[in-house]
Design a protein around this ligand. Structure first.
Ligand SMILES: NC(=O)c1ccc[n+]([C@@H]2O[C@H](COP(=O)([O-])OP(=O)(O)OC[C@H]3O[C@@H](n4cnc5c(N)ncnc54)[C@H](O)[C@@H]3O)[C@@H](O)[C@H]2O)c1
Length: 330
């Protein structure tokens, strides 16, 4: 299929672009490059530097590139910033996304894959998280994603839009060949921060909270490899042939990993010490978040190829050690 990858110059989107090519599809990237990197997208792939909320620009691309499906990765995703500047998040993650959806419907494009998040569950009372658990986000970021999930349900019902919303846990790692990887500015994810602390490019890593009711006192999270995530987006295509399909899937390994375990994995893989400081808990950080992804496994034939934290860190290290400054266009 001809697939428009919105946010395709960002971290997860750029990995999905490469998986699309590997699976024989034709990706076209739309990204306004506020956070994305031109260098994350091969020169052979069309890259439109436009805003996803620009319905005229999007409509033109949909028509000219004969787009059949849209994958939507673009969003602002800093939880703390969303609390302090909610309008910024509602405008980009909700208003602009509704513009994208309106342009799609106007052009008869009715297949949509959406990057949602485990943050839509808020602070769940039980683990692992299954898709049917209540969704009660505790910050505007999570709320904006839930708002789009709800809008998608209504559009599926009213207009026959077929969609899959994937609720990612913690995306991590880099392409196995080390060509692309994670380069957020500012960086907020633990593996790149720990690698940078180990190599001396950043100060000591802050570990927020060491008195949680977890085996070592630090938070437990579910780290899922970016290429594993990407493959689910392609595996769902067959299901989107059904008009009005409204699909929700968790994507995680199901394996809880503590912050200290991540640090130990980075030390083992890099052979370097990760300097870290124990800091107080951060407001709104649940002690544990990990997925039950049995639905994606059963319905999509999805599998986790990077099932342990060390194999994920190994790919991240390959990228970071060969690109210490990140992408060249930073
Ligand atoms: N990284 C994670 O662990 C994680 C976890 C759960 C959910 N998600 C979701 O996955 C998606 C991708 O995350 P990521 O880590 O790759 O983020 P990213 O910031 O690396 O990529 C997002 C891309 O979208 C682009 N973008 C943002 N607003 C845009 C706009 N208005 N028009 C056009 N382009 C725009 C940015 O330039 C960037 O390239 C996001 O929607 C995020 O909320 C990520």
């Amino acid at each position: 299929m001809n697939v428009l990858v919105v946010g395709g110059a960002g971290y997860i989107g750029s990995h999905c672009v490469r998986q699309l090519i590997a699976a024989g599809h034709r990706p076209v990237v739309l990204d306004n490059l506020v956070f994305g990197h031109r260098g994350a997208v091969a020169a052979s792939i069309p890259l439109y530097a436009a805003d996803l909320g620009d319905e005229v620009a999007v409509g033109k691309i949909l028509a000219e590139e004969k787009i059949e499906a849209v994958m939507h990765f673009a969003a602002f995703a800093y939880v703390g910033e969303s609390v302090n500047d909610p309008l910024k998040y509602y405008f980009n993650n909700v208003v602009a996304t509704l513009g994208l959806l309106r342009a799609m419907l106007a052009h008869g494009v009715k297949k949509f894959v959406f990057s949602s998040t485990c943050a839509t569950y808020g602070v769940p009372t039980a683990m692992p998280i299954v898709e049917t658990m209540p969704q009660a986000p505790i910050n505007p970021y999570g709320q904006t994603k839930l708002d789009i999930e709800n809008a998608l349900k209504a559009l599926a019902h009213a207009h026959g839009l077929s969609f899959a919303a994937f609720r990612y846990f913690n995306a991590a790692g880099a392409s196995e060949d080390g060509v692309i990887g994670e380069d957020h500015v500012p960086e907020s994810h633990i593996i790149p921060l720990a690698i940078d602390a180990a190599t001396g490019r950043r100060p000591a890593l802050q570990v927020f909270g060491s008195d949680y009711p977890t085996p070592d006192g630090t938070c437990l999270r579910d780290y899922v490899h970016v290429d594993d995530l990407s493959r689910a987006h392609i595996a769902v295509f067959a299901k989107l042939e059904q008009p009005g399909a409204a699909l929700f899937y968790n994507l995680g390994t199901g394996k809880p990993t503590s912050v200290l375990e991540v640090i130990r994995a980075v030390e083992k893989i890099t052979g370097l010490k990760v300097p870290y400081l124990l800091a107080p808990r951060r407001a709104g950080d649940p002690p544990a978040l990990y997925a039950n992804s049995a639905k994606a496994v059963a319905e999509l034939g999805w599998d986790v190829r990077f099932g342990d934290i060390e194999s994920i860190v190994a790919t991240a290290w390959r990228w970071h050690s060969s690109h210490p400054q990140g992408f060249a266009d930073r």
